[in-house]
Design a protein around this ligand. Sequence first.
Ligand code: RVP
Length: 500
Amino acid sequence: MKILDEVSRTLNEYLLLPNLTTADCTPDTVDLSVPLVRHRLDEQPAIRVATPLTSAIMSAVSSPRLAIALAQCGGLSFIHQNQPVEAQAAMVTAVKRHKAGFRFSDINIKPSATLGEVATLLESAERDVAVVTDDGSPHGLFVGLISTDDFHPRRHDLGDSVESRMRRAADLVTAPPTVSLSEANTLIWDHRLDVIPVVDDEGLLHSIVLRRDYELHKQFRNESIDTDKRFRVGAGVNTHDYRERIPALVDAGADLLCIDSSDGYSVWQADTLKFVRHTYGDDVRIGAGNVVDGRAFRYLADAGADFVKVGIGGGSICITRDQKGIGRGQASALIDVVEARDAYLRETGVYVPLCCDGGLLTDSHMAVALALGADFVMLGRYFARFDESPAPLVRVGGQFFKEYWGEGSNRARNVTRYEHGGGNELAFEEGVDGYVPYAGSLYDNVDTTIAKLKATMISCGATNLPQFHENAVLVPVSQQSFLQNTAEIQLRDRPSDTGR
Ligand code: RVP
């Protein structure tokens, strides 16, 4: 038995001291981009993103819709692995079908359908135009377009066919799959179109570009995209069915994999990493974890992990520390693992990025995690609160909440993440099932978080994350200042006596 001298500390227990802010430190010059995978310092990493935020490998969090929104904002989602291989691969495909600015056509109808059917389809999807293909599928033979301007419920018989009112393909402007987004936009403006179908040589529908998508795309200058301009997406895997799951995810186009386990310091993770290296060399990128100390980092880095995820028991819905007595304060874990990461770099010349996962409840926690040396953060609760998360929105006592449950809860029953040996049943829960306050759109919230992270870095005199790692000065807060801070927050939040 060995007892460490240190006290296990959380992110909440540190504050940053300002450094000199120089004239070149402005929001426009701060670069939040980070490598996601191992690389030599003199080489470009194979995957780099503009925003150091990733969404947790959880069924309540990372859906295709959230993955697309986060990729548009420059981050990356990891689609959860607590589902059959085919279902997870289909979610990855759903993201990869989206090219930045190009839209997978999801509102399609057959020419033989009725005007009543298309009216219902458009209303339920809150869209103005449907694409007509011979079989009503997203990649069928392109036959025409039908919009809410092409018929009127009182003027036309809703029993008539779509074919009777649609605008026919021969009369429409289309573009070939080689079209660039700016060429498509020129066509949209030259021909005063709202939508341009992208159609291949055989007349099959490829995708569409909507006028408003192009405008939206212009707002997203930092999208996470691959060399084909498709959105990047990650996927969780486990150490049980990886021989089937990994090939399916690779075929579906997943950009980055991550072994999803509450405790990553195991031979099973090394075996999974070995399988990837043996089968794909460096073509497939995979992170491992979770770990809380330098020994475990070193084990996974030596086994070939592309990044290592740090954090056990800190998740907002996690009760592992209560149930098993295992875990470590997130700040202490990071400090230890960062030291091992830097030693590994000095020894091998290879930089292995670190992901800080779990318990990041505020933007300031993210700032402290990055200052302590994390390259990027993984967030569950944060993303679960947004419109784009797959969790149901509920109203309780006049307030809106999103449901949020842990992968170790009975609701998720993620046995491959929380295996306790032997069975395929959860022997006991390690997560809870609850609610988080609904917070609106991902786009607005991520914008605010980015603005705050940049503001922190500016105060600390850093214009990029390596500088922030190097120069950040942190100080532990005393119990006394902790109590004072809590009291101030309570005072601030108390409703005014005068009702103003
Ligand atoms: P948080 O952002 O604090 O909600 O934490 C999310 C993280 O919590 C996940 O990325 C995962 O590591 C961990 N988790 C997920 N489920 C559970 C559980 O049921 N205990 N924990």
